[in-house]
Design a protein around this ligand. Sequence first.
Ligand code: KG4
Ligand code: ZN
Length: 352
Amino acid sequence: MRVLGLESSCDETAAAVLDGPRRVLSSVVSSQVKMHAPYGGVVPELAARHHLEAVDPVVRRALELAGCGLDDIDGIAVTKGPGLIGCLLVCVAAARALGLARGLPVVGVNHLAGHIASAWLEAPDVPYPALALVVSGGHSALWRVDGPRRFTQLAKTRDDAAGEAFDKLAKLLGLPYPGGPVVDRLAARGNPHAVPFGAVKTKGAHDFSFSGYKTAARLHMEAAGIAPLARPDDEPPQPMLDLIASFRHAVVRELLRRTRQLIEEDRPRSLIVAGGVAANSLLRAEARRLADEAGLAFSIPPLKYCGDNAAMIALAGLPALQAGENDLDGLDASASLPLGGAEAARTTLRHL
Ligand code: KG4
Ligand code: ZN
């Protein structure tokens, strides 16, 4: 089965063609990072407008690279949420239009299910149940995965996501946006034990919290007399490199502390790490080590599938398309879309 995947939940317009669960025929990502950089974050209106301009050429290019036309596509999978509503709507509308015009089934996919599925792209399946650490600019959560479409949230962040924490640190220091890749690169030149960042206590036993680290970093800058860089490309002084290395070390330590606790309690058979922050070199190495120590199968996507892309959306939508499902009639975008039955039930209970 050939699936066209579409993704526009944040600042990447992406299309991909997947041939069955294993072969990515094409994966095209048009990033808006440069456009948002001067603002230090994604500007939703600009992002939505760019998606509108990019969606047609990106889909065309994905088909061209895959060496096929719309006639060769058997179904469409599109991100329906969570994300920025004006952005999500662009690809949802494109998917509906293509589905209607071509008589193709269209399924809506949860963006987080997409990130989890990215661990299986061009890689062997890991055994269930799996524990999935999903860490991106908008999310930091641990999921129990009992099957391709069976997710239960076990932990989440109480405030900032891990990627957001890296982005905010970079902003404090005057480094370029997005901060994650820059922080990762510079951290290699600093002492990770120079600045103490304590373990975080949260209400939910396994939840994350990163906003305190941002405050701790700011207080350390004041106390140690570290001024933000005048220009983003300036050479950072050694005390700043030490702060960056300590911050990265602390965030990764916290992510894996919670992961280790849940491995011990939930006894999964494999560990998955996915999302934009899965590109972090320290997290990649330490997570692999944790899985090895615990005797778990380990899966982490190659760098090209860590950030937002449409190949992961196509793969996440494949089981529904194979089961003959078609959401075309009622398909709509949803800014805050829960993933999994257990999370939906919990959200309802909390709001009673
Ligand atoms: O998954 P993604 O592309 O978009 C969201 O769904 O949020 O993740 C983007 C996030 C940004 O916060 C970015 O700073 C972070 O991933 N990131 C990294 C690295 N590369 C990207 N964080 C830490 N280390 C990296 N190497
Ligand atoms: Zn994402």
